[in-house]
Design a protein around this ligand. Sequence first.
Ligand SMILES: NC(=O)c1ccc[n+]([C@@H]2O[C@H](COP(=O)([O-])OP(=O)(O)OC[C@H]3O[C@@H](n4cnc5c(N)ncnc54)[C@H](OP(=O)(O)O)[C@@H]3O)[C@@H](O)[C@H]2O)c1
Length: 261
Amino acid sequence: MSQSKGFALVTGASSGIGAAYAARLAERGHDLILVARRLDRLESLADQLRGLYGRTVETVQADLANEPDVAQVENILSSHPNVQMLVNCAGLGALGPATSPAAAAVGGMLKVNVLALTQLSLAAAKRFAAAKSGTIINIGSVVAFMPVASAGGYSGSKAYVLNFSRALQAELAESNVTVQVVMPGPVRSEFFGDKPSPFPEHLFMDSEMLVDTALIALEQGEMVCFPNLQEIEAWQAVEAARGGLVKGFSQTGKPAPRYSK
Ligand SMILES: NC(=O)c1ccc[n+]([C@@H]2O[C@H](COP(=O)([O-])OP(=O)(O)OC[C@H]3O[C@@H](n4cnc5c(N)ncnc54)[C@H](OP(=O)(O)O)[C@@H]3O)[C@@H](O)[C@H]2O)c1
């Protein structure tokens, strides 16, 4: 067995993208702490990865919409020996019309997609900054750029993940801590449950391919990764336009002339 690259704590490891991260990181020599609500799934994956790669794999049952459970995982990030990486994969999409009864689910989604991700990132950031080493990977979504009907809360949560992760990366740049935000398009997983996906089948990527691509991007030093964006110039144009916008509203505190009566 190769020497350990330290523990990676992966949330949402019971299915989809998180399970794929767990497998790929074990293959690359990481020991693992797997977090989700479905403990049976975590135990089964842990057995499989121990057998395949001989790594230490621990499991933690936690509902990340539940504050005491988040605090438990924060504590692990702060005190467990040799944690080198956090992958915030746990997430859900409470999709549907804002006026439907399902709107109540939006609050629960924000607890996982935004609050838990923030608290766990900050716990890891504090430890990694002190150690001057460590990696945080946060899973966003291209939906961050698609404020469409029936996805207001989800789109907003993923725009948050993008901005929060980038700001954290800027803050930790001097500390030798890496913060990567991964912005997948549609991925084959349990995300859509038994509901029909709003995207055509040809747009979907497998979870393993998504993770392999994002890990190559990480090695290449790409802190914002769009795995299926074929032309990076499209993202560069957004960045340039954003810079122009910031410049535009950094000129004066006066109302713009178009609002004069
Ligand atoms: N699939 C896509 O098309 C797509 C595209 C862009 C971004 N994403 C993002 O990718 C991430 C992973 O999603 P996925 O596609 O892999 O979907 P998935 O197969 O449904 O996996 C979601 C994971 O999140 C965990 N989770 C959900 N609610 C939780 C809670 N309250 N507490 C703890 N864990 C919870 C689930 O575990 P338990 O149910 O066992 O708790 C599961 O492991 C999400 O952040 C999602 O927004 C997905």
